[in-house]
Design a binder for this molecule. Structure first.
Ligand code: 13P
Length: 251
């Protein structure tokens, strides 16, 4: 049985005080029930240390939203894997569609980041997903396949236990337009089958595949009830403790 994983991608939201308030809101809410999933919060770089301090002694894990693939050097504005580890990050979101489209990250760049994160002992949350245009042209499976094959190049079967895959159809991100449970399940099953071909059935059976894109308290339970959907990568709805907690409860 795969454990469900609910992660909150805070994107570019919250200052230090807001970070403390949101984490404390989540901690308070978790006193009321025992979550049946792993929980990860991914604040901005500047709030990671604050978040780590607030999360100390809890079961909630910490993730970053990006990192660079070099160890150190003249890379103005970039953050290394070691720096993330030094503020207690355990996960790092890589290949998010906003990084791909706004910041021009290619599959090759994302692959270098994934390999570096794994080498340094950080667990990538590797995002993939098609645009609306690609879906309408029936290219969803091709696009997802290419992103997986290129993004996971040289990642060993053994290291796949340290990777979470997040299927986030670009047309569902921040639009309020969620994939139906059938649309999401179909792609998740495809990804699992693909991983069986690339690696083996053990990797395919054990890998966590999250869905992301307008996940809300109202649709979380039905998405999470699908056999190949192992959790959610939540954007907008993770910014309020109540709605994030409702999604956690849906597990
Ligand atoms: P929304 O939940 O706001 O659609 O964002 C999803 C996302 O991009 C998570 O990484």
């Amino acid at each position: 049985m795969r454990k469900k994983v609910i992660a909150g991608n805070w994107k570019m939201h919250n200052n230090v005080q807001e970070t403390k308030d949101l984490i404390n809101g989540i901690k308070e809410g978790l006193k009321e029930f025992k979550p049946n999933c792993e929980i990860i919060v991914c604040p901005t770089f500047t709030n990671l240390l604050t978040a780590a301090n607030e999360l100390a002694g809890t079961e909630i894990k910490l993730g970053a939203q990006n990192m660079f693939y070099e160890d150190k050097g003249a890379f103005t504005g970039e953050i290394s894997a070691d720096m993330l580890k030094s503020v207690c990050a355990e996960y790092v979101i890589l290949g998010h569609s906003e990084r791909r489209t706004i910041f021009g990250e290619t599959d090759e760049i994302i692959n270098k980041k994934i390999l570096k994160a794994l080498e340094k002992g950080l667990k990538p949350i590797f995002c993939i997903g098609e645009t609306l245009e690609e879906r309408e042209k029936n290219l969803t499976f091709n696009v997802v396949k290419n992103q997986i094959v290129n993004g996971l190049k040289n990642v060993s079967a053994d290291n796949m236990k340290n990777i979470i895959i997040a299927y986030e159809p670009v047309w569902a991100i921040g639009t309020g337009k969620t994939a139906t449970k059938e649309q999401a399940q179909e792609v998740h099953a495809f990804i699992r089958e693909l991983l069986k071909e690339i690696y083996n059935s053990e990797v395919a059976e054990n890998v966590i595949i999250q869905y992301g894109g307008s996940v809300k308290p109202e649709n979380a339970a039905e998405l999470l009830s699908q056999p190949d959907i192992d959790g959610a990568l939540v954007g907008g709805a993770c910014l309020k403790a109540d709605s994030f907690l409702s999604i956690i409860k849906a597990c």
